[in-house]
Design a protein around this ligand. Structure first.
Ligand code: GDD
Ligand code: MG
Length: 346
């Protein structure tokens, strides 16, 4: 079984975190994000994974290698310039010879992919989309199905009045099973979108097009910093099953410092006396000085948090400096190398 991960977007909505780090390898619980997708694919018996890239491909390849560490064979396909989601799938056609799982590269989920494939096969579908119910569907692709789970309408990011008219809150979760026949609907070398071109063409041609409900399953689009931070809260509160959290990295904690059981501390961190870490993830080599407090936050590697500083509900990029008694709160996101002077509030 094969898979294609669409990871060619620039990740603009996740800035500043994606200024120096491509979105697919932004660390989530201290691991490159794409590993979570590779993990659920490998679990379902997928052996070959094609990564479809166009932005900073070398950084991604350097980090993930040939995939042997994760039990899959990784192939990298880089478009000369972004060809859209459908165009990127067509561009990788030489590598896609059988039924293919396609994933949007920014979805965090613990979906049982084997179940999705089973549903697709049972219905002899040409294409199956995983579907999720959300409160406000307007930022997504809206999908309407009939009583037999057949997709009858697909509307990408409708204006809210159009969304209201359709009156469904089921969205495209960005996880597909596609038969190779779908490749024939896309001309080679051209820019095409699954959402605006290919899915409407499947409907027009009346090919068997099915929707698989994944409502019982955790699902999140890591599209913006708030969602990125929330994904960490979800991990730490046990809302994501299947992926174990690694708390084994060696670090140096003063006996008078407190680190709660939920927090994850990267290798080589130093936590000084009186410091307190609660429900947070610290990357490698973070230095936390005396009496500093870090709560409900994500701190990337090699950050220095000075004495009595307070970080609550924030994301701090790599190699930042937080001065003495400074406070960083309320969903603040700092890009790499930011420096917050002593006693500042951000
Ligand atoms: N290779 C390649 N080339 N990848 C691309 C390109 C491209 O030109 N354009 C986008 N991608 C990748 C992005 O990196 C991302 O992983 C995925 O395709 C989807 O693009 P987004 O930009 O994240 O789309 P979205 O979140 O606004 O909407 C999509 O996802 C929603 C679910 O989160 C759509 O598929 C919606 O229908 C869906 O509901
Ligand atoms: Mg997205």
């Amino acid at each position: 079984m094969q898979a294609l991960i669409l990871a060619g977007g620039k990740g603009t909505r996740l800035r500043p975190l994606t200024v120096y780090t491509p979105k697919p390898v932004v660390p989530v619980m201290n691991r490159p994000f794409l590993l979570y997708q590779i993990e659920i694919l490998a679990k379902a018996g997928v052996t070959d994974v094609v990564l479809s890239l166009s932005y900073q491909p070398d950084k991604i390849e350097d980090l993930l290698g040939d995939g042997s560490d994760y039990g899959v064979r990784l192939t990298y396909v880089t478009e000369p310039s972004p060809m859209g989601t459908g165009g990127a799938y067509r561009f990788a056609a030489d590598h896609l010879t059988e039924t293919t799982i396609v994933l949007n590269g920014d979805i965090l989920t613990d979906l049982d992919i084997a179940k999705l494939i089973g549903f697709h096969r049972k219905n002899t579908a040409a294409a199956t989309l995983a579907l999720k119910q959300v409160e406000d569907p307007s930022a997504y692709g809206l999908v309407e199905t009939d009583g037999q789970s057949r997709i009858v309408r697909f509307l990408e990011k409708p204006r809210s009045e159009d969304a209201r008219k359709i009156n469904v809150n089921t969205i495209n979760a960005g996880i597909y099973v596609l038969e190779p026949s779908i490749l024939d609907l896309i001309p080679a070398g051209e820019t095409r979108s699954f959402e605006y071109d290919v899915f409407p063409a499947i409907l027009e041609k009346k090919l068997p097009f099915l929707g698989f409900s994944m409502d019982e399953t955790y699902w999140r689009d890591l599209g913006n910093p708030a969602s990125y931070l929330q994904a960490h809260h979800d991990f730490l509160s046990g809302r994501i099953s299947g992926s174990s959290i690694d708390r084994t990295a060696p670090f140096d904690r003063a006996t008078a410092a407190s680190v709660d059981k939920l927090s994850v501390i990267g290798a080589g961190c130093v936590i000084k006396p009186g410091a307190r870490i609660v429900r947070s993830t610290l990357g490698p080599g973070v230095h936390v000085d005396e009496k500093a407090v870090i709560e409900d936050s994500v701190i990337w590697g090699h950050v220095r948090v000075s004495a009595a500083a307070e970080i609550k509900n924030a994301v701090i990029g790599r190699s930042c400096f937080i001065g003495r008694n400074a406070t960083v709160t309320g969903g603040t996101v700092l890009g790499d190398k930011a420096s917050i002077p002593d006693y500042s509030h951000v």
